[in-house]
Design a protein around this ligand. Sequence first.
Ligand code: ADP
Ligand code: MG
Length: 694
Amino acid sequence: MTLETSIEYVKGVGPEKAKLIRNVLGISTVEDFLNFFPLRYLDKSKIHKVAQLHEVSTEVQLKGKITSVQEIQTGKTKRLSAKFNDDTGAMDLVWFQYSKWMKEQLPINKEIYIFGKINVFNSQFSMPHPEIEIDEKKEADNRLKPIYPSSEKLTKRGLNQKFFQNVLRTICMEIPNLIQENFPDYLMKAFKFLSRQHTYLNIHFPKDAEHFKKADYRLRFEESFFFQLGYGLKKIHHKSHTAGNPFPIVGDYFNNFYQHHLPFDLTGAQKRVLKEIRQDMKRPIQMNRLLQGDVGSGKTMVALLTMLIAKDNGFQSCIMAPTEILAQQHYNGIKELLENTEVNVKLLTGSIKKSDRKIIHEELENGELSILVGTHAVLEDKVKFKNLGLAIIDEQHRFGVAQRAKLWAKNKIPPHILVMTATPIPRTLAMSFYSDLDVSVIDEMPVGRKPIITAHRREKDRAYVYNFCREEIQKGRQVYFVYPLIEESETLDYKNLMTGLENVMDNFPKYNVTMLHGQMRPEEKDAAMGYFASGKAEIMVATTVIEVGVNVPNASVMVIESAERFGLSQLHQLRGRVGRGAEQSYCILMTSDKLSSDSRTRIKTMVETNDGFKISEVDMQLRGPGDILGTQQSGVVDFKRLDLINDSAIIKITKSTVEKILTKDPLLINPDHQILKNYYLRQYKGKNKWSKIS
Ligand code: ADP
Ligand code: MG
């Protein structure tokens, strides 16, 4: 038997069952079977007492005697029932399909062990179809018993737990010939790992809970370790292969701005991130960096300073935003900041006039234009640069990998790429989502920000909520009311939005109300935004179009209607529209009275924390990591045992271990590391470009 042996040839399997297993479980080799892990284990080392059983017991083992057996006839069906006693109480054992043979087998008044699931009916306990072992025969085997993932279809065709256990037992006998170590001695010693052979043995047939834990730890560690190793090797490969324009200079444009026009001190995190970016762009290798920072953490300033470095080195930059409103805002903000400098900046969106567009095209090609702010319009083939050196993409979750590739092609030597996102992913997870990007994190808010106070309110509190809003407006603040707009029920949602608008106008007759939604034309949107941003309107009624990026520091209240219909990250983004100024801000989550348990968790999380990283962890627990970034993110990794949320300690330590190894020995030439390289290549053969450089 080898790892590649087809399961067909494993004792007890045969061609027919092999085919079934292959089709249903995707297992075709001995190796696949070794990596077919039990879902859970039965602990037969514990003996429970009848008197201490409680409702939610799963499988339990009891020791006692059967005192009597009874046939019970109901209608046409007959079942078999037996009284079981231990020294603490009695319960029924039940067989729903009567068989005479079964009845004769039952050992009466003998010490036995019974094992099975507990049923509760009228607070009486019973055990259907128990497994019975007679005391003398009970093996002195305290190992935990594996339960494999199976299905009714398989069980019906003879692939029951006994079958899986027997096959795995057969394979596990061969482990000494099958399993080779994949960690060098020094790592084995440093982490006190169970050997790899013992790991597999104890994952299928754990000697005890302690051994299982060690085996489980090692498998999670391995998975994370080799993923990180692959990631590191790929990065080394990329760095030695993808040329970029080096930006060695930090010159007058940057320094002049930094010394004379910067309206505030940078936070420590902004400085650190900027340094990481500078280090990256210094080298003649293309930068591919993800900049993560919670809403309001000040990513825009980092972007601007980065673009000034590009300018200092004689290159053009562009910054792309997912919506017209956002692009416009970036443009306004950047233009204002650059007002007294000689840096030329222009805006390109779908609604820019043809004549203006022509000028932009010209200035891009002759190099007069240094910074282009825009939407997807920037990606069009007509838009050509003289020398695009840096492309910044804001709010990355709206852009796919394919669009990034389009930017690459805008210059002969691909521009450095900086992707900015406010979807905060726990740092340890980010690299598994964006395995092709380096990650920088702004994990500090500008000083003086007051944490937003969040409250959960229901329909009956509406009058109180309106009152509160009025008080805030009287203090000179502004208020948002946001309504959900979800495509499947678009007409209904617009109706809700209109009703909401009327309702707000009725209740705030003294104030100006403006509205913003996705169906408006760009100039209407701009007008509405302008009306609110300038303070002419005290209230903005909107859909989630305002979710991303909109910046009106004087707004201090965000009322989210039907908040139970929003996802967590959306709620967090919406809340981020307030709390941008020096005033205390509030977020009020309006919901109906009845909430699903997930909705309740989401609302509770929002009320309890402002920390985007914590929120995204809860979000991931509710939705699973794969769902969050959607299918556009190819390369989301599916781990077998590693849990991206709960194993962050393992991820951290494997990351630093791998970094140490690759810094010293980037090609894994050291004899100690041969073992790693061999395993990696075997595991990932064909899946990875890196194998070419081995
Ligand atoms: P985001 O990361 O969400 O894009 P922005 O870049 O829009 O955040 O910044 C949010 C607000 O904080 C802006 O009004 C910006 O001017 C301000 N800001 C950014 N950095 C600082 C800082 N270091 N100190 C004070 N205010 C800052
Ligand atoms: Mg932003």
